[in-house]
Design a protein around this ligand. Structure first.
Ligand SMILES: NC(=O)c1ccc[n+]([C@@H]2O[C@H](COP(=O)([O-])OP(=O)(O)OC[C@H]3O[C@@H](n4cnc5c(N)ncnc54)[C@H](OP(=O)(O)O)[C@@H]3O)[C@@H](O)[C@H]2O)c1
Length: 330
């Protein structure tokens, strides 16, 4: 049983705890919050969970094997660093780190301390992702249009003149870091690292993007990406092949997939629906940790690095600078 500690008291952290418990491979033992009262309220449904408001005491708690981090993006770095230095494995929410400098520092440190750092990109662990990958493996790819655009629950605060973490460069916010990362992860997970990555974005006065259009250029095809947080899109995502078009309701958790051949004939895929979208990743990570699976880790690490590099390139082309970048030249 993996003894789990968590950072963050929002809904995503609760969803991960529930998924982790559902796998029967983890047991929540500790939680970190800036406020003891808030932390205690957050873990009230569970027994034998110690709440900390001191990060150093939390990461050094010998009762924990693995720490799940679900804090604002820019805080992942210092929290993961503290956890790794304390010899703990880390599962860190996407996007794991703000830029390649932070990425390298954490993963070098993880290697030195002999621990795993895993980025929680939930959708690449879904059954649907593997089904699509297998299906496309013998196809000639001609291009793709991928969309993820959803009106954000944090829009009203923004419009009221506040600056929620999600729209704040201090917290490495913006829509590419929030929803776009799913599209980039999916593309690179399916097709590898693009040769060129570009991004045109509508920037908020804070300097981060509220919507944007990206281009990932491969040898023989292009992938167009659209992400937004100020509107809802009902477009599907599509992959074009020489034999027909694969239509997906979403790439960030595919529930429906249909291949429409050039002659119009349709082939529907059967995808088992799961209640908790974090279940598959929680299971994948417990397998990796329990089996000390360095081969799987190496694949995930390569993918995470390619995504981190690509997001950084895209931000550069759109002129998006996070506070975390300011000690390096962007
Ligand atoms: N995989 C997914 O499906 C998914 C979905 C949503 C979010 N996420 C990711 O999860 C992470 C957290 O997102 P979120 O929307 O939950 O973030 P959030 O609500 O802004 O913050 C999460 C937690 O971090 C702490 N926190 C908030 N502001 C802070 C500050 N200024 N300084 C220090 N701590 C602060 C709070 O805990 P305390 O007050 O208890 O300290 C809060 O509960 C992000 O990386 C996001 O991309 C992933």
């Amino acid at each position: 049983m993996l003894k789990l500690g968590v950072i963050g008291t929002s809904w995503i952290c609760r969803q991960f705890i529930d998924a982790a418990h559902e796998t029967q491979e983890y047991e929540l033992r500790a939680a970190y919050s800036r406020s003891i009262e808030k932390g205690q309220e957050f873990v009230a449904d569970f027994s034998n969970v110690v709440v900390f408001n001191d990060l150093s005491d939390f990461v050094n708690d010998s009762e924990i094997d693995v720490i799940y981090i679900a804090s604002p993006n820019s805080l992942h770095f210092q929290q993961a660093k503290a956890a790794v230095e304390a010899g703990k494995n880390v599962i860190v929410e996407k996007p794991c780190f703000s830029n390649p400098t932070e990425f390298k520092e954490i993963f070098d440190l993880a290697e030195k301390h002999g621990v795993f750092v895993l980025e929680a990109a939930r959708h690449i662990h879904d059954e649907a992702f593997a089904i699509v990958k297998e299906f496309l493996s013998n196809k000639t790819i001609l291009g793709a249009n991928l969309t993820y655009a959803k009106y954000s629950s944090k829009m009203s605060a923004l419009l009221a003149g506040e600056l929620p973490n999600k729209w704040n460069p201090k917290f490495s916010g913006g829509i590419l870091a929030d929803l776009g990362v799913y599209l980039v992860y999916w593309s690179i997970g399916q097709f590898g690292q693009p040769q060129v990555a570009k991004y045109n974005a509508q920037l908020l006065p804070s300097g981060v993007d509220v919507s944007g259009v990206g281009l990932l250029r491969y040898d023989t095809f292009d992938i167009n990406l659209f992400n937004a947080g100020n509107l809802n899109s009902y477009l599907t995502s599509e992959v074009y092949t020489s034999e027909g078009t694969l239509v997906l309701d979403s790439v960030a958790g595919t529930e429906n997939a249909t291949f429409i051949k050039l002659n119009g004939e349709k082939e529907e895929f059967t995808i088992n629906q799961i209640e908790n979208p974090l279940y598959d990743e929680a299971k994948a990570f417990s397998n990796l940790l329990n089996n000390n699976d360095h081969d799987k880790y190496s694949l995930l690490l390569t993918l995470a690095k390619q995504v981190n590099d690509t997001l950084f390139e895209m931000r550069k082309t759109a002129g998006i600078v996070f506070d975390a970048d300011k000690q390096e030249k962007i």
